[in-house]
Design a protein around this ligand. Structure first.
Ligand code: ADP
Ligand code: MG
Ligand code: ZN
Length: 478
């Protein structure tokens, strides 16, 4: 029997507000443990939460960017459960009336566009963090309690690890653009839960699923899907039923294990949050946020193809993050050579960033500096090869390319008199090459050019050198 993977995802995204969702505590990451707390986010009896308006704005922006309907009326609910990292013993979330519903995200899978449905997006608060590293046992840091989240829930529309990854990357890309979150997965700002089931290919009935929680990298996501789909197929082949359960992915071991049997909505005893008023959103509020949405990746990509005549591949790479797109646009604004800029951004810069372990947002050169370098290459002041060397030095020192070229004497030798003298000498020293050319073998030209490059330490303009070599050889052949 041929099996098909079915995946639906829940994505938790920490919103980049300054303060928490129901109190004025800061949301800043990495503060000393248990210092960003107050009676409200600690859930002391008798305190009253007040909804942070920014959270509503960011959630609305998220919903619009993912093509959702924004509810004019939604409300907060209590989701009751006991966790050691949640002192309130309930999470304030949204149950039956979430702020956004019915969205769609288009993904590109092997050149085919596929739509992934967004079931809902709701607002909720994050829980604290358990620290298991201490020798004294498990410690709890409640700074994260009350950090605002949106939870994005998809339809079970994905059919492979690859699709899940492309979708997750796409969502991160869109959210980064809209500025609602820094989406730093290494800091837990974006976490994926994968719901996965198997079914016979072609069947329309959903199989029993498991849920893997808190995957915090694309790599973990892909590996977890591969592992879980194989595990389920093995179980099914043995004639076992899949147990609906929550599983924990161990990224170091590359395996998952059962955490707890899946709870149902009624286990949480959801009820409307009595301390908060409903969220009423007027149409003109939505319209205003919509009008202020930035150009999203898909639209930007189409514009790059049209306006800059870039290949689709380039446009896709350049718009993959807002940071890269902005760098590109800043460069094009002062130097109208989109393809040249694109080539250097896609090919030359990434390995240097990798070597220095830098993210694009921490790049040490400016778009104007890159442009200055590209102009030197374009007008043949330096060769492309020297250009790459100069770029390296720019990364190391932050110096301007013009200065580096001067300091290192990298300017190409286009002075024909000087070049002629060098070439005369080289041709005279290699009579065998001249003879080979005379008997019809052009390969020797390559050898002579190589010698000239060596003698000039790569500074000869190859085109000019080539012309002179041909002339001098012709003279020798008489
Ligand atoms: P819960 O709220 O209990 O986690 P939901 O029904 O809201 O459950 O679904 C959560 C996620 O699981 C959604 O992304 C949904 O698409 C996905 N999902 C539901 N059923 C299946 C299934 N049989 N196989 C794969 N994914 C599923
Ligand atoms: Mg769930
Ligand atoms: Zn607080």
């Amino acid at each position: 029997m041929e099996y098909e993977i079915v995946i639906g995802m829940e994505i938790h995204v920490e919103l980049g507000t300054q303060t928490k969702i129901f109190c004025a505590c800061p949301t800043e990451f990495g503060a000393e443990e248990n210092t960003h707390t107050c009676p409200v986010c600690l859930g002391m009896p008798g305190v009253l939460p007040v909804l942070n308006e920014k959270v509503v704005e960011y959630a609305t922006r998220t919903g619009l960017a993912l093509n959702c309907e924004i509810a004019h009326y939604s409300k907060m609910d209590r989701k009751n459960y006991f966790y050691p990292d949640l002192p309130k013993a309930y999470q304030t979330s949204q149950f039956d009336l979430p702020i956004c519903t019915g969205g769609v995200v288009e993904i590109d899978v092997d050149g085919v566009t596929k739509e992934i449905g967004i079931t809902r997006i709701h607002i909720e608060e994050d829980a604290g963090k358990l620290l298991h590293e201490s020798s004294e046992g498990t410690l709890v840091d409640v700074n994260r309690c009350g950090v605002p989240l949106v939870e994005i829930v998809t339809e079970p529309d994905m059919r492979s690890a690859e699709e899940a990854k492309i979708f997750a990357e796409k969502v991160r890309n869109i959210l980064e653009y809209t500025g609602v979150s820094d989406c730093k997965m290494q800091e837990g700002s974006m976490r994926f839960d994968v719901n996965l089931s198997m079914r016979e290919k072609g069947s329309l009935v959903l199989g029993t699923r498991t849920e893997m929680k808190n995957l915090n990298s694309f790599r973990a996501l892909v590996r977890a899907v591969h592992y879980e789909s194989k595990r389920q197929i093995l179980e099914l082949k043995k004639g076992h039923r899949i147990i609906q359960e929550t599983r924990k992915w161990d990224d170091t071991k590359g395996t998952s294990s059962a955490l707890r049997s899946k709870e149902e909505a009624h286990d949480y005893r959801y009820f409307p949050e009595p301390d908060l008023v409903p969220i009423i959103i007027e149409e003109d509020y939505i319209a205003k946020i919509k009008a202020n949405l930035p150009e999203l990746p898909e639209a930007k990509k189409r514009r790059y193809i049209k306006e800059y005549k870039l290949p689709e591949y380039d446009a896709g790479v350049l718009t993959a993050t807002g940071i890269l797109a902005t760098f590109f646009e800043d460069a094009v604004a002062v130097y109208n050579e989109p393809k040249q800029i694109s080539n250097w951004l896609m090919v030359e810069i990434p390995p240097l960033l990798k070597e220095k372990e830098l993210a694009m947002e921490n790049i040490s050169i400016t778009p104007v500096q890159l442009v200055e370098l590209l102009k030197l290459v374009k007008n043949n002041t330096i060769s492309g090869t020297s250009g790459k060397e100069v770029l390296k030095v720019m990364f190391d020192t932050g110096k301007n390319p013009g200065d580096i070229v001067k300091e290192q004497g990298l300017a190409q030798m286009s002075d024909t008199v000087e070049l002629e003298a060098i070439i005369e000498k080289i041709v005279a020293a290699n009579p065998k090459s001249v003879e080979d050319i005379g008997s019809g073998s052009d390969k020797a030209y390559g050898f002579l050019t190589g010698q000239v490059m060596k003698a000039t330490k790569g500074q000869a303009n190859p085109q000019v050198a080539n012309e002179i070599i041909r002339a001098v050889v012709a003279k020798h052949l008489g």
